[in-house]
Design a protein around this ligand. Structure first.
Ligand SMILES: C[C@H](Cc1ccc(C(C)(C)C)cc1)[C@H](NN)c1nnnn1Cc1ccc2c(c1)OCO2
Length: 329
């Protein structure tokens, strides 16, 4: 069957949380199309790490089974990470259910996860080849569910400061304008990756980024793009500066931010609303704001995170490895 769950933004849209039922226990987790491990806060963690979190208890689940000798260890690009043991259990996301889903029980988590008490783990929705479980790699929830879904798709409908949804096995056409533009994905990297070689700032000319590649990553808060795009964009924003102390571009919160259009696979220009690129104030007075668009390494993989998802409804098709996009309704 299909599954639909709410996606509730944390304060400042830092991440989106959705309810996941594991062995009958419902836990709010962060769905991440840029990684492939489902790991959860749990009663095996040190008490100090468990504090403030919803902790899965494998002992009270009648369907949990330890995967003897299996372990995981994941580190994320922002320097955070988690590691621990592995079991299997029945995982139900809004009605879409997988029995014997690999559920990774963290026995160690980095401080950023401990401090983020709204999030109790991640549900990886990238390709299973990135799963970190050893000695035998395991499949993602979507990979396990795909055969039982009416259509082999999950969709992300993420909103600025409002409740959105993730849906499995259905494309709700009331959630977007017009029709979806589909783009082939290169799954070799394990990410939902596509070419992104053109961009436009506001009503300005289309510019080229030869060889540009990007991933659609619901687990990343911002948009991390090539420095050439970022420089071209902020050259149009009065008072924008590269602020070493806060670690990225800031500008006056009153600045008018242009939209940014980025090429998706050569088939579609996705427009990201300028308002969403005004991400958050960095000072108490709210005079200086931090950009939702920040620079990655030149020539590196661009990461189109939640800043883009707030403007675009995205469908992930695991049947033919493609991504569909359209502006939100
Ligand atoms: C960061 C998230 C993974 C995560 C999500 C949430 C959290 C908190 C709960 C604590 C808020 C931490 C971590 C992302 N997921 N695909 C990811 N996982 N691996 N790479 N990325 C993208 C990247 C994000 C930020 C970079 C980066 C690369 O390189 C430099 O800075």
């Amino acid at each position: 069957g299909t599954g639909v769950v709410t996606a509730t933004p944390e304060q400042g849209d830092v991440e989106y949380l959705s309810p996941v039922t594991i062995g009958g226990q419902t836990i709010n987790m962060d769905f991440d199309s840029g990684s492939s491990d489902l790991w959860v806060f749990n009663t095996e963690l040190a008490a100090g790490s468990q504090a403030g979190h919803s902790n899965f208890n494998p002992e009270t689940s009648t369907t949990f089974q330890l995967l003897q000798g299996a372990s995981f260890e994941i580190s994320y690009g922002d320097g955070s990470g988690a590691a621990g043991n592995v079991g299997t259990d029945t995982v139900n996301i809004g009605g879409a259910t997988v029995t014997n889903q690999a559920v990774e029980l963290a026995t160690a988590v980095s401080s950023s996860f401990v401090q983020d008490t709204q999030s109790n783990g991640l549900v990886g929705l990238a390709f299973s080849k990135l799963n970190t479980i050893k000695p035998v790699q395991q499949k993602t929830f979507f990979d396990n569910a795909i055969a039982t879904l009416p259509i082999p798709v999950f969709t992300a409908d993420l909103r600025h400061a409002a409740v959105g949804a993730y849906e499995f096995g259905n494309i709700d056409s009331t959630k977007f304008n017009g029709s979806l533009s589909w783009t082939d994905v290169n799954a070799t990297s394990g990410f939902w990756q596509f070419s992104s070689q053109q961009f436009a700032v506001g009503t300005g000319p289309t510019m080229n980024l030869a060889g540009g590649q990007a991933i659609a990553d619901t687990g990343t808060t911002l948009m991390i793009a090539d420095p050439s795009i970022v420089n071209a964009y902020y050259s149009q924003v009065q008072g924008a500066v590269n602020n070493e102390t806060v670690g990225g571009v800031t500008f006056p919160c009153a600045a008018q931010l242009p939209d940014l259009a980025v090429d998706i696979g050569g088939n579609y220009m996705a427009t990201v609303r300028g308002d969403d690129i005004n991400f958050s104030p960095v000072d108490a007075a709210g005079t200086t704001c931090f950009g939702g668009l920040q620079a990655g390494t030149a020539g590196g993989l661009q990461i189109y995170g939640d800043i883009m998802f707030k403007s675009q409804f995205v469908a992930f098709n695991g049947g033919n490895n493609s991504i569909g996009m359209a502006p939100h309704q």
